[in-house]
Design a protein around this ligand. Structure first.
Ligand SMILES: Nc1ncnc2c1ncn2[C@@H]1O[C@H](COP(=O)(O)OP(=O)(O)OP(=O)(O)O)[C@@H](O)[C@H]1O
Length: 581
């Protein structure tokens, strides 16, 4: 019942979306609908005039030739409206799709990282994304079809009422099962889409693995094309089975709907024959009624199709509305703050949804202005998670984060901290755009120089304006280490008082790594840094080193203090340096 109440509201909202997306286009499309309805009425009227002229020349209002000309004109207009509408719908559908996309992109932009990383969000986004591309077309076409066919149905109904009132309820009765069948179709279609989104996501992932450049080398090196393809084909088989079942269901619904309309049409035509035989209507009236019945059944088909389309789209529109509403309100933009004293965490705790053990468990940490602080620890000990809390990407479940002694809002923290992750993004854009995408900041050439990127840039055909990456088939690809310097330049360009560098030297050669860490303070130019690295030789120069284990800080001090303490740090350090002896 609630669905029935909500459907008109959703359809009204969809109509508003269509109008807002393209006011002029909506008017034009509505005009075509009206023209179609008027032309259909013209066909009936001209048909009646033609029959009159043929059968009762004495009483005919106009002669046969003008009646035939009028019939030809009305038929031509009626026939040409369809193609005009089809083309107009393409523009309107695209505009509506763009508007829906704008809403989706606004919602995803507002979603914080925790929301984004939750699996429910990704699946809902995928479902809405898929249908945001197709549903607006369906809703636009259905709404216009509804308007036009309502007009047509009204006009034809008036004609039928004038000829024989009994014919009308006979035809309209066909609508009741058609609407019920459309509601059934709508329910099955939404359930089907829900089920298939997960399959589509998995299949899409495998398609990416099998076709995208970043995976090409490893997939070939492991000869993994075959096994990946087998998984892909198994998913295809699942999709095919589900699709066949759904298509059979929809074919049954379509057949039942057509059967209903055809039965009503046949009934009406039989009634006309009966009326002529009993002398209640003459042949001219019967001819006009037969045309009206034929056209009315066509208009009813369009009307029920439109209602069905709207009913089918309603749950998807509701899904879109829910998704858009689920996003947080657009918050104020963050403001960059200077760091005068320190950033600190007290008792910070953070658990990922669905995981029992906290990834960060009661951590105290501080980074003073201009300091280089290192985070070390085994895989999965919580370093990256902690860095995300420091950078304002995650809010701690417990504990506090302070900036110069005050609890600063997360958007301000994000505006004041720069983070480069170990899996940084390789933007398929120019070198300059790869750097300046981090926001307003220092001169991009100066950032490139500090990151040791200038020798690479000099070797590129268009220097800083060279397109990078091969994903879009137009750029120059860089080595892993060169890309890492681009990422470092991006971080240095942003000019915030604190930079988080997660494994900034993972892809650098030994000389480059040595240069980066021996000159790190000069490179940072007075900014504070939180440095995450597994290479203890790189972090030993830090002002303070935090050692993490299972989400907790287990040791803290300078390299010398930690070596003297002979704890976990000293053990890991010795293990690593032994490998080089
Ligand atoms: N987005 C996420 N969703 C769920 N769990 C996560 C997520 N990111 C990390 N984890 C879990 O949190 C724990 C800490 O991960 P984190 O990435 O912080 O460790 P790390 O010390 O940086 O590891 P590494 O040295 O391997 O980079 C791990 O158990 C990991 O599985």
């Amino acid at each position: 019942m609630r669905r029935l109440v909500k459907t008109p509201r959703l359809i009204a909202a969809a109509a508003r979306e269509v109008r807002r997306a393209d006011r002029g286009g909506t008017l034009l499309a509505t005009f075509y609908q009206l023209l179609g309805a008027v032309a259909a009425l013209g066909v009936v009227a001209a048909g009646k005039l033609t029959f009159d002229a043929l059968l009762t020349p004495d009483h005919a209002a106009v002669g046969l030739t003008p009646a035939l000309l009028l019939l030809a004109l009305a038929t031509a207009v009626s026939g040409s409206v369809g193609p005009l509408q089809t083309q107009q719908h393409r523009i309107l559908g695209e505009r509506v799709s763009q508007r829906v996309w704008d809403r989706l992109l606004d919602t995803t932009a507002r979603a914080d990282l925790v929301t984004y990383e939750s699996t429910g969000f990704a699946t809902a986004l995928e479902r809405v994304r898929q249908h945001a591309l197709t549903r607006p077309f369906a809703v636009t076409a259905a709404l216009l079809g509804l308007t036009g066919s309502l007009l047509g149905v009204t006009a034809m109904s008036v004609v039928l009422l004038a000829v024989e009132p009994l014919l009308l309820p006979l035809l309209l009765a066909a609508g009741i099962p058609a609407v019920l069948l459309a509601r059934w179709a709508s329910r099955t279609e939404f359930a089907f889409a829900h089920r298939l989104t997960a399959l589509f996501r998995r299949r899409h992932y495998l398609q990416e693995l099998l076709t995208q450049r970043p995976y090409a080398a490893e997939v070939r090196a492991f000869d993994a094309t075959g096994p990946l393809r087998a998984r892909h084909d198994a998913l295809n088989a699942d999709v095919n089975a589900a699709l066949s079942k759904q298509v059979r269901r929809r074919q049954l619904i379509a057949a039942l709907t057509t059967l209903g309309v055809a039965t009503a049409l046949t009934g009406a035509l039989l009634a006309i024959v009966q009326l002529v035989q009993t002398g209640r209507i003459d042949l001219a009236e019967a001819g006009a009624a037969a045309i009206a019945v034929r056209l009315l059944s066509g208009q009813l088909g369009t009307l029920f199709g439109a209602i069905g389309g709207l009913l089918e789209s309603a749950p998807f529109l509701a899904d879109l509305e829910r998704f858009v509403a689920s996003g947080p309100e657009a918050g104020p933009r963050g403001h960059k703050h200077d760091l005068v004293d320190r950033v600190s965490l007290r008792g910070a705790r953070f658990s990922y949804p669905g995981l029992e053990r906290p990834a960060v468990d009661g951590v105290d940490l501080e980074i003073r202005a201009g300091e280089v602080v290192a985070l070390v620890g085994e895989n999965g000990s919580g370093k990256t998670t902690l860095a995300k809390i420091v950078a304002g990407l995650y809010e701690p479940d417990d504990g506090v984060r302070r900036w110069d002694g005050t609890a600063m809002p997360a958007p301000d923290v994000r505006a004041s901290v720069t983070v480069i992750f170990q899996d940084f993004v390789r933007y398929q854009m120019t070198v300059r755009d790869n750097i300046v995408i981090s926001g307003d900041g220092v001169d991009p050439e100066a950032a490139a120089r500090s990151a040791g990127l200038l020798p690479t840039v000099r070797g590129l055909p268009d220097g800083m304006d060279t397109m990078l990456g091969r994903d879009l088939d137009e750029g120059v690809d860089l080595s892993g280490g060169q890309w890492q310097r681009v990422a470092l330049a991006r971080a240095l360009h942003r000019d915030t008082p604190l930079i988080v560098l997660d494994e900034p030297a993972a892809a650098l050669d030994p000389r480059a790594e040595h240069e980066l860490f021996t000159n790190v303070r000069a490179t940072l130019g007075g900014r504070a840094a939180l440095l995450i690295s597994h290479r203890f030789s790189s972090t030993r120069m830090a002002d303070r080193i935090y050692v993490m284990d299972a989400g907790r800080v287990v040791e803290c001090g300078t390299h010398d203090e930690l070596m003297a303490a002979a704890g976990q740090y000293a053990e890991l350090y010795r293990l690593q340096s032994a490998a080089y002896r």
